[in-house]
Design a protein around this ligand. Structure first.
Ligand SMILES: Nc1ncnc2c1ncn2[C@@H]1O[C@H](COP(=O)(O)OP(=O)(O)OP(=O)(O)O)[C@@H](O)[C@H]1O
Ligand SMILES: [Mg+2]
Length: 240
C-alpha cells in the first residue's frame, strides 16, 4: 500500500516537474499563394526551474516558438500542454488570462512605453490583472526595481536611460505578475558586454529563485549560463 502510494506520488512529482510539453507543434503563415512553415513539428519538454537557451540561424523559427510558448500565437497543429493542461482548446479570453498571469516577456527592443515613467512601465501589466491592488502592486514594483538596481531612476522616462537600464526595467516588468515562465527573445541583442553580463546575472539569479526561463540568443557563449541548448533549424528542433 505504502509502496503503491509512493509510486503514485513519484509519478505525480515527475508530472509536476514538467512545465511545458509540445507535441508535434506546427505553425504555418499563409502568404498569398504560398504557406510559410515557420515550425514543422516541434516536440519539446521543459521542466520547472530550467534555464534553457534557444539557438539557430535567422528565420529558423525561434521567435515563432517563443510566441507559441507565451500564448501570443496558436499552433496550426499539435498540442501545447502548459502546467499539465492542454492549452490548445483555450478560448482567446482564456489565453489572454494565462498569458498575463503566467508569462513574463523580455524582448530585444525592450518595448517600454515611451511617455510612461520607469515605475509605471513596471506596473503596467497589472492593469489587466483582475482585482490587482494598486498599493500592493506599487510596493512589488519598487522591490523589483530595487533588485535590478534602478531605485534611483523611478520617475525617469525610458529615453533617459541607457539600453542596459531599459532592459532592466523590462525584466522588472516581466516579473510583476510573478509568472511561471520567463521568455526572453534575444534579451542582450542590443546591449554591450557589460550590460549583457548584468542582464545574464539577473536571469541566473531568477533561476536560482526557482524560475523557469527560455532565452533566444545568437551568442554561443551565453549558453554557458544555461542548463541546456535547444538547437533549431528549418522550423524543427534538431537537438535539445
Ligand atoms: N507573422 C508572420 N507572417 C508571415 N511569416 C512569418 C511571420 N512571423 C514569422 N514568419 C516567418 O516564419 C519564419 C520563422 O520566423 P522567426 O521570426 O520565428 O525566426 P527567428 O528564428 O526568430 O529568426 P531571427 O533569428 O532572425 O529572429 C521566417 O521565415 C519568417 O519570415
Ligand atoms: Mg527572432
Amino acid at each position: 500500500m505504502l509502496l503503491w502510494f509512493s509510486a503514485v506520488k513519484n509519478n505525480f512529482d515527475l508530472m509536476e516537474e514538467e512545465l511545458i510539453k509540445l507535441e508535434g507543434v506546427t505553425k504555418e503563415y499563409p502568404q498569398g499563394e504560398i504557406i510559410i512553415q515557420a515550425l514543422r513539428g516541434v516536440d519539446l519538454t521543459i521542466k520547472k526551474g530550467e534555464f534553457v537557451a534557444v539557438m539557430g540561424p535567422s528565420g529558423c523559427g525561434k521567435s515563432t516558438l517563443m510566441h507559441i510558448l507565451g500564448f501570443l500565437a496558436r499552433p496550426t497543429a499539435g498540442r501545447y500542454i502548459f502546467a499539465g493542461r492542454d492549452s490548445t482548446t483555450y478560448s482567446d479570453d482564456e489565453l489572454a488570462v494565462v498569458r498575463n498571469s503566467q508569462i513574463g516577456f523580455i524582448f530585444q527592443a525592450f518595448n517600454l512605453l515611451p511617455r510612461t515613467s520607469v515605475l509605471d512601465n513596471v506596473i503596467l501589466p497589472t492593469n489587466y490583472t483582475p482585482g490587482a491592488n494598486y498599493e500592493e502592486v506599487r510596493v512589488r514594483a519598487l522591490q523589483l526595481l530595487e533588485t535590478v538596481n534602478l531605485t534611483h531612476r523611478l520617475n525617469n522616462y525610458p529615453n533617459q536611460l541607457s539600453g542596459g537600464e531599459q532592459q532592466r526595467v523590462a525584466v522588472a516588468r516581466a516579473l510583476i505578475n510573478s509568472p511561471s515562465l520567463i521568455l526572453a527573445d534575444e534579451p542582450t541583442g542590443n546591449l554591450d558586454s557589460k550590460a549583457t553580463e548584468e542582464i545574464m546575472d539577473i536571469l541566473t539569479a531568477l533561476q536560482r529563485q526557482g524560475n523557469t526561463l527560455l532565452m533566444v540568443t545568437h551568442e554561443k557563449y551565453l549558453s554557458n549560463y544555461t542548463d541546456r541548448v535547444i538547437q533549431m533549424q528549418d522550423g524543427q528542433v534538431v537537438s535539445s
